[in-house]
Write a protein that binds this ligand. Structure first.
Ligand SMILES: Nc1ncnc2c1ncn2[C@@H]1O[C@H](COP(=O)(O)OP(=O)(O)OP(=O)(O)O)[C@@H](O)[C@H]1O
Ligand SMILES: [Mg+2]
Length: 309
């Protein structure tokens, strides 16, 4: 598989503090890669180094085989950026912003116009194209910035917290646009601190904390890696004893919480089978049964705390 982004030993030092500390990773062609971390972890600094906004103090970033430092013009043709802070001019209209972006990438006027119409249609702003951006809502502005990042039809898109501060509707719209773009083949590097968003959208996530990469894997794998014991929540229509439950095959422990039992299981499948057998043998019907997967939030907290200690 081709590496679309290849970061090797990337490092940034501000004064006495190391904002990004020798991180290395690859982003593969066609994937949505989530770059997660708490505030101040180094996400934006990394994104800026990858996109050639600031130079690294050590290490290299390659974009589709081009070195972002020594071949910035070639590398920059390959990607679009939705930066952390808006890069749209508020005293210009959406259309003017797109034309300006087109010029920046050296697009012929006719192509820029065709592309802008398509993109404005895609982000639902065609009717507002001649309005100045200062009259736009936050969600509209963010959709315009996404359109601007796509003017030159890049195969790779960087987004730095694109849904931060947006309402549910605007967030959903942006995420569904990203999903569509990805389906059409665009590789996406998405910086976020929203675990749920990463969990739903990303093929793989990299977790950064204190400038260091602490884990890279598929969200599901990160979740299971941190929690090898499984939780099952079950309730019965009759009283049952804790000892009886705790003694079942595959069950480590049983604790009552309200009208439900929280079962800690070594082997989820075996535990569920023995719960079913138990209910049949004891004439106590199962009212509810849920398996509780660890959340990415839990995985994230666990991973980022391990580094602290
Ligand atoms: N230009 C700068 N000068 C000095 N320090 C900086 C500069 N930019 C970033 N930093 C520091 O580097 C660290 C990483 O910052 P960065 O903005 O990359 O974090 P982040 O993960 O994007 O955080 P957030 O979630 O808040 O956007 C922080 O401690 C920050 O204060
Ligand atoms: Mg940031």
């Amino acid at each position: 598989m081709t590496a679309v982004i290849h970061a090797s030993d990337l490092t940034k030092i501000f004064g006495k503090s190391t904002a990004v500390d020798h991180i290395s990773f690859d982003v593969r062609e066609g994937e949505i890669f989530g770059f997660l971390g708490p505030n101040g972890a180094g996400k934006t600094t990394t994104t800026r180094m990858l996109t050639g906004v600031i130079p690294p103090d050590a290490g290299t970033a390659m974009i589709l085989g081009y070195n972002i430092r020594s071949e910035p013009v070639l590398a920059k043709q390959e990607f679009g950026v939705v930066p952390e802070t808006s890069n749209a001019y508020t005293d210009l209209t959406a259309w003017q912003n797109l034309m300006l972006m087109g010029e920046l990438y050296g697009l012929p006027r006719a192509r820029a116009e065709r592309r802008s119409s398509d993109l404005l249609g895609m982000v639902g702003l065609l009717e507002r194209k001649d309005q100045k951006v200062q009259a736009y809502s936050k969600g509209m502005k963010q959709r315009l910035i996404l359109a601007m990042a796509l003017i030159h039809e890049p195969g790779l898109l960087f987004l730095d917290e694109p849904t931060s501060g947006l309402d549910v509707q605007s967030t959903q719209m942006i995420l569904s646009l990203l999903r569509d773009l990805n389906t059409q083949g665009t590789t996406i590097f998405l910086t976020t601190h929203n675990m749920e968003e990463a969990n739903r959208l990303c093929h793989r996530v990299g977790i950064i904390r204190g400038g260091k990469m602490v884990a890279i894997d598929a969200p599901e794998k990160l979740k299971t890696a941190i929690d090898r014991v499984h939780k099952i929540e079950v309730s019965f229509d009759h009283e049952v004893s804790a000892d009886a439950l705790a003694g079942l095959d595959g069950v480590i422990d049983a604790n009552r919480s309200g009208d439900k039992w929280q079962i800690t299981a070594e082997n989820r499948d075996a535990a569920i089978r023995s719960l079913v057998t138990f209910s049949r043998q004891n004439g106590a019907s199962i009212v509810t049964l849920n398996t509780l997967a660890p959340s990415l939030d839990e995985a994230f907290l666990r991973l980022t705390q391990e580094v602290q200690s």
